[in-house]
Ligand binder design. Structure first.
Ligand code: KMH
Ligand code: ZN
Length: 308
C-alpha cells in the first residue's frame, strides 16, 4: 500500500474562539500552527483565514496574504486553500483569495447543503465576541450553496485557468455522483482526491457503514482513478481516521474539524492531532507521505508555480 497523506486543517470556519483558546486566529498563529503541523507529519495544510481582531472567518485576500508567504518559507507542505470559506460568504468572496494565490490545491465542496452549527451554541456560556452566538444560531436557516454552475466556475477559474488540483469534499453519496458528472463533462482529471466528510449536521453521519458504502460506490464510479481521504467532525475524528488508514485511505485532522485530542480534553495544537494520527498510521504498518510524495501522488504543479 502507498504512503498515507496526512492533511491538517488548521482553523476552518466552524469553530469559534470561545470554544477553544488554542484555535489559531492571527496570521502569526496560523503560520506557527502550520509549521508545527508540517513538522509533525502533515503533507497538506488546508487553510482558511480569520479576522485577527475578532477571530471571525474571513474571505479577505489580505488576511490570506498575511500568512501564505510565511507558511511557504517555513515549511514544504502543500498549501491547500478552501473555496468553501464559510456558508455566510458569497462565491465571489470565497474565490477572491484562491484566485489571487493560484495555489497548488483548493478544496471543492461537491454540492449545496445545510451546514448546521447551531447545536454547538448550546454548550457555550462565556462568549468572547459578539458575532459568535448569532453566527452559530443563524445556521438553522442557512444554505451552503455550491450549485453545478458554482462548481463549474471553481473548476474553471482555479483548475483550468490557474492549474490548481482539488480536495473534492463529499458529505454524502450524492456528491460522488456529482463528481462523476464533472468527470464526464471533462472538467476534471484523474486521479481524483476525494475527501469523505462525516459528522457535519446536514451531511452523512460518522458511521463505519457509511464509509464502507462510500468506498464501494466510489470504486464503482471511479475505479482506479481516485484516492480517498477521511475527515470526521468532533469525537469521530480519530476513530474514522483509523478506519480510513486501515482501509487504504488518507486522513485529515486539525482543529477545523475537531477541537479535542481525547474525551473531554482540548487539543493544545494542530500538531498534537497530527502526532496522534501519525502514531495510528504507523502502528498500522503504513508510512506517512512527505510533501513531495503527496505532490507526486496528487500530480500537483509544485509550490514554485503559485502566486505567493
Ligand atoms: N470543515 C469541513 C467539514 C471547505 O473548506 O471547503 C468542511 C471544509 C469546507 O473543509
Ligand atoms: Zn475547510
Amino acid at each position: 500500500m502507498r504512503e498515507i497523506i496526512i492533511t491538517c486543517a488548521l482553523t476552518g470556519s466552524i469553530h469559534t474562539p470561545s470554544m477553544s483558546p488554542y484555535l489559531p486566529v492571527t496570521a502569526d498563529e496560523i503560520t506557527a500552527a502550520g509549521i508545527r503541523a508540517a513538522e509533525a507529519g502533515a503533507a497538506i495544510l488546508h487553510l482558511h483565514a480569520r479576522d485577527p481582531e475578532t477571530g471571525r472567518p474571513s474571505a479577505d485576500p489580505a488576511h490570506f496574504r498575511a500568512f501564505l508567504p510565511l507558511l511557504k518559507q517555513g515549511c514544504d507542505a502543500v498549501l491547500n486553500l478552501s473555496t468553501g470559506g464559510s456558508a455566510v460568504m458569497s462565491l465571489e468572496q470565497r474565490l477572491a483569495a484562491p484566485k489571487e494565490a493560484a495555489p497548488e490545491m483548493a478544496s471543492l465542496n461537491m454540492g449545496t447543503m445545510n451546514f448546521a452549527l447551531y447545536p454547538m451554541a448550546e454548550r457555550i456560556t462565556d462568549w468572547r465576541h459578539d458575532w459568535e452566538k448569532p453566527f452559530l444560531e443563524g445556521s438553522d436557516d442557512l444554505v451552503f450553496k455550491n450549485t453545478p454552475r458554482d462548481i463549474a466556475r471553481i473548476l474553471t477559474e482555479l483548475g483550468q485557468e490557474r492549474g490548481a488540483r482539488f480536495e473534492f469534499e463529499c458529505y454524502d453519496l450524492s456528491h460522488l455522483y456529482m463528481l462523476r458528472h464533472f468527470a464526464d463533462r471533462g472538467l476534471i482529471r484523474a486521479p481524483y482526491f476525494i475527501q469523505f466528510v462525516f459528522g457535519v449536521l446536514g451531511g452523512m453521519g460518522a458511521d463505519p457503514e457509511n464509509l464502507t458504502h462510500m468506498v464501494r460506490i466510489a470504486d464503482k464510479l471511479f475505479g482506479g482513478d481516485y484516492m480517498f481521504s477521511v475527515l470526521a467532525a468532533g469525537r469521530h475524528q480519530m476513530p474514522m481516521a483509523a478506519m480510513a488508514a486501515a482501509m487504504g485511505g488518507h486522513v485529515r485532522v486539525g482543529l477545523e474539524d475537531s477541537l479535542m485530542i481525547a474525551r473531554g480534553q482540548l487539543a493544545r495544537s494542530n500538531a498534537e492531532q497530527v502526532e496522534k494520527v501519525r502514531g495510528i498510521v504507523e502502528a498500522l504498518g503504513r508510512e506517512v507521505a512527505s510533501p513531495q510524495q503527496a505532490r507526486e501522488l496528487l500530480r500537483l504543479k509544485g509550490a514554485a508555480r503559485t502566486a505567493f
